[in-house]
Design a protein around this ligand. Structure first.
Ligand SMILES: NC(=O)c1ccc[n+]([C@@H]2O[C@H](COP(=O)([O-])OP(=O)(O)OC[C@H]3O[C@@H](n4cnc5c(N)ncnc54)[C@H](OP(=O)(O)O)[C@@H]3O)[C@@H](O)[C@H]2O)c1
Length: 293
């Protein structure tokens, strides 16, 4: 049986949908999910997916959530750094105790020990927990979601300037749905050739180039302006983001400025059989309809 955690979240739900699409019916006994609120997964239950309750904040829920699972797709949680580290360690320990055969963990492109990024620290810790656990595992290192650009780019278009503390650093962007497709492919693969898959796109671009492409596609002016991390954090807190999230994003963009989110490669295609949607395609999808009437 394959079990996906976080199946009420945006990535986890898409992973389940791709697993359903790739698996011959019936689903019973083959596919399960672990979620904090099973009521929100009633649509999956109706399709034959076994819906279990599991909350990484409550390790006592995880023995039954992970019982009988052969392949566990472990979707990373959200929230402040220390909380996430504990949650994800709880999940790894529970998987080991439950005798899970293989874990597929949605990690992050940047896990370097010298990275300023809080996200790197979280994922590095979970990768270390997996290495110490005795479990067999595969690391699916995710780049930035293209949907994040849709959000920040959409806001930036209002004022014509995209302000980020990302210097001249380049990013590789992939859509959540493509990443979910790759995770599903990994979880169903009879065998995998590698332990670490970097699910980046095939090109990386800096934000000046991305802003210029958005401007071209939307027909509205947009330029990129690199700002200081502290000014960015203050601005996004004023915009309503919680302190912890603003700080974490600030450190992420400093890591981008250092070139830590720019990896490109063919690991995605090795799992899925074709490359993810290109940057130009993603920008067209998200911004072609944002031209001023
Ligand atoms: N690469 C990127 O650009 C990027 C951007 C944002 C986030 N992320 C990471 O990718 C993950 C998935 O992204 P997403 O878009 O699906 O985020 P999302 O829609 O906000 O979903 C958050 C996920 O965290 C899970 N979660 C939170 N607290 C939990 C707990 N105590 N126990 C078990 N699960 C818990 C949720 O599980 P339920 O299903 O039970 O609600 C849900 O699946 C995020 O959680 C974050 O770690 C990556």
């Amino acid at each position: 049986m394959v079990l996906v955690t976080g199946a009420n979240g945006q990535l986890g739900r898409r992973i389940v949908q791709h697993l359903i699409a790739r698996s011959p019916a019936p689903m019973a006994g083959k596919l399960a999910v672990s979620v904090r609120d099973p009521g929100k997964a009633a649509d999956l239950a109706a399709r034959g997916v076994e819906v279990r309750h599991g909350n990484f904040d409550h390790p006592e829920t995880l023995a039954s959530a992970f019982a009988g699972v052969e392949r566990l797709v472990l979707v990373s949680t959200d929230g402040p750094r220390e909380q996430r580290i504990v949650q994800q360690r709880n999940a790894v320990s529970a998987a080991a105790r439950a005798g899970v055969q293989h874990v597929y963990y949605t990690s992050f492109l940047d896990v370097a020990a010298d990275s300023p990024s809080e996200f790197a620290a979280i994922h590095r810790d979970t990768e270390a927990a997996l290495a110490d656990s005795g479990l067999a595992y595969t690391l699916l290192r995710l780049p930035l979601y293209a949907e994040g650009l849709a959000m920040i780019g959409g806001l930036a278009l209002e004022g014509g300037v995209l302000y980020l503390p990302a210097g001249n650093g380049a990013v590789s962007l992939v859509s959540r749905d493509d990443l979910a497709q790759a995770a599903a492919a990994a979880a169903l693969a009879p065998r995998l050739d590698k332990q670490v898959y970097e699910l980046s796109g095939q090109v990386a671009a800096d934000y000046a180039s991305i802003a210029a492409r958005i401007a071209r596609v939307s027909g509205r002016p947009l330029v990129y302006k690199a700002v200081q991390e502290t000014d960015y954090v203050t601005a996004v807190v004023e915009h309503g983001l919680p302190d912890w999230q603003a700080r974490a994003l600030g450190t992420l963009f400093v890591a981008v400025a250092e070139g830590r989110m720019a990896a490109t490669g063919n690991d995605f295609a090795a799992l899925v059989g074709h490359p993810p949607k290109s940057l130009d395609c993603l920008i067209h999808e998200h911004f072609a309809t944002r031209s001023k009437a």
